[in-house]
Design a protein around this ligand. Structure first.
Ligand SMILES: Nc1ncnc2c1ncn2[C@@H]1O[C@H](COP(=O)(O)OP(=O)(O)OP(=O)(O)O)[C@@H](O)[C@H]1O
Ligand SMILES: [Mg+2]
Length: 225
């Protein structure tokens, strides 16, 4: 379970998160929407411990994210699946190597890594792209590679910040379908997105943030802006 309890963060004297309280249950799919500058990325960065908050508490299961050391945060982040708008793939590594990389750092055997990477590339529909390099892939395929990399540790929580921001509508729909599938398979998903039509199509809980405050929280999509 994710709990934000009265979380506030300032840049200078401006509150970019203003007394945010939010509970996300295991296996929920929550879209976080709101205009540019509303604080969506700040909320996500706080959740992964990449930004410190000034007051309030952020708990993820047993992790007290707001007070964890950098070392503990590194361990915590390994349990998360994190997806960004700009893929962050390693350009000199192919699809297989990009996905395998995270497992290699944890010292798994070559056989295990090969099996697990094959499994996740199948989930994202890239089973025939093992040897492609990022520059040989479309934006949608690059994002699928990034999602495969995020899934390789079998995270219970997947956090995506504008994962479709650089994609054409069709590829964006494919990415959302994939996030839905990941959610159906048991992971909690938190998706920050501007994209009204995609979020509407999901028919899932929508939390709307504006000027650092949660201004609405609806069980089903009805996001109007
Ligand atoms: N390092 C920083 N220093 C000062 N202000 C910052 C910093 N990072 C973010 N901000 C400000 O905090 C506010 C919230 O930014 P944030 O990136 O969370 O918005 P967002 O909702 O993700 O917007 P977008 O939809 O454009 O991605 C913005 O006004 C931004 O300018
Ligand atoms: Mg953002």
């Amino acid at each position: 379970m994710i709990i934000f309890d009265q979380v506030t963060k300032h840049y200078g004297d401006r509150a970019v998160l203003n007394n945010v309280s939010l509970v996300i249950e295991p296996q929920e799919f929550v879209s976080l929407v709101g205009p540019s500058g509303a604080g969506k990325s700040t909320l996500i960065y706080s959740l992964i411990g990449a930004e410190k908050v000034h007051s309030g508490e952020i708990m993820v299961d047993d992790y007290k994210v707001h007070i964890m050391s950098e070392k503990a945060l590194q361990m915590y982040r390994r349990k998360l699946g994190i997806i960004f708008q700009d893929y962050k793939l390693l350009s000199k590594k192919n699809v297989f190597e990009n996905v395998a990389f995270a497992l290699e750092a944890c010292g798994y055997s070559k056989g295990f890594i090969a099996k697990r990477v094959k499994e996740v590339l199948e989930i994202v529909g890239l089973q025939n792209y093992h040897s492609h390099f990022p520059h040989q892939l479309s934006g949608g395929e690059q994002q699928r590679t990034a999602i495969a990399r995020a899934l390789v540790h079998d995270p219970k929580l997947v956090i995506a910040d504008e994962p479709t921001g650089n994609l054409d509508p069709e590829s964006a729909e494919g990415i959302l379908d994939l996030l839905e599938k990941i959610n159906k398979n048991g992971a909690t998903v938190l998706l920050a997105s501007h994209n009204k039509s995609l979020v509407d199509r999901l028919q899932k809980r929508v939390v709307r943030i504006d000027e650092g405050k949660i201004v609405s929280d609806r069980a089903q999509s009805g996001y109007d802006s």
